[in-house]
Write a protein that binds this ligand. Structure first.
Ligand code: CA
Length: 236
């Protein structure tokens, strides 16, 4: 090969040029993988976003711990039968003592109402003094203010007797009017032997209670009205 005037010529040059790759040709594109006909196309559906929770205004979340208020101590109360030595009782009239054919002296004092003895009774003075049983009054004084919840009544003369039914022979209380602590109430008493409880509410502790007889069950033989026992259930 000869170089003339810096120009390379000759057939060999033409051959070399022919051997050069054609840089102006477009290369084959990189083959793309064919889609696999057995594969399901990926879903192009748009996912709907979950609705964001809307906070509730004014309502505490359930997880919020509300502090518990300190409980106020409740005073303990107890119910008891008031002992007879913590009260006194008096009556508007009392049948005088009597002596039986066997020589027994029988009294009818108001204190018989609270002696816890079923064989003794208070009698109003109807047979001898001639007083009507209506409007007779029993007055109970408590040694100190008492919250009275019940009055226990043994109505009539409940003493057993060999020949006379003293219960039916004497009058019994049918209705009391109670006055205590500024309150007035009317309570019914059953015409029955034994003890019966009468619920009462005087609105607070009281030191005095009056029990006025306003209705009766008449006696079959005598006009005296009898009551065997009174007792008081109080709350403290
Ligand atoms: Ca008695």
């Amino acid at each position: 090969m000869a170089v003339v005037g810096g120009i390379i010529s000759g057939p060999a040059i033409d051959d070399m040029l022919a051997a050069q790759p054609d840089l102006t040709s477009t290369p084959d594109p990189t083959p793309q993988p064919s889609p696999d006909p057995g594969t399901a196309p990926t879903s192009t559906a748009t996912t709907v976003p979950t609705k964001a929770p809307v906070p509730t205004v004014g309502v505490l979340p359930t997880s919020t711990v509300v502090p518990t208020a300190t409980p106020t101590p409740v005073p303990e109360t107890s119910i008891r039968l008031l002992p007879a030595n913590e009260l006194s009782v008096s009556a508007s009239t009392t049948l005088p003592p009597e002596t039986t054919s066997t020589g027994e002296v029988v009294t009818y004092d108001a204190s018989n109402l609270v002696d816890r003895n079923i064989n003794t009774a208070w009698n109003h003075d109807g047979e001898i003094g001639g007083f009507e049983p209506i409007d007779q009054v029993l007055t109970i004084i408590f040694d100190r203010p008492q919250m009275v919840r019940e009055i226990l009544v043994d109505n009539g003369y409940q003493r057993p007797h060999e020949t006379i039914e003293l219960f039916e022979a004497n009058a019994r209380v049918r209705t009391f009017r109670l006055v205590a602590g500024g309150s007035t109430s009317t309570v019914s008493v059953r015409d029955a032997r034994g003890s019966q409880a009468i619920a009462v509410d005087f609105g607070g502790p009281v030191t005095q209670l009056t029990m006025r007889i306003v209705a009766i069950y008449p006696g079959s033989r005598w006009s005296d009205l009898a009551i065997t026992e009174l007792a008081f259930i109080v709350e403290e």
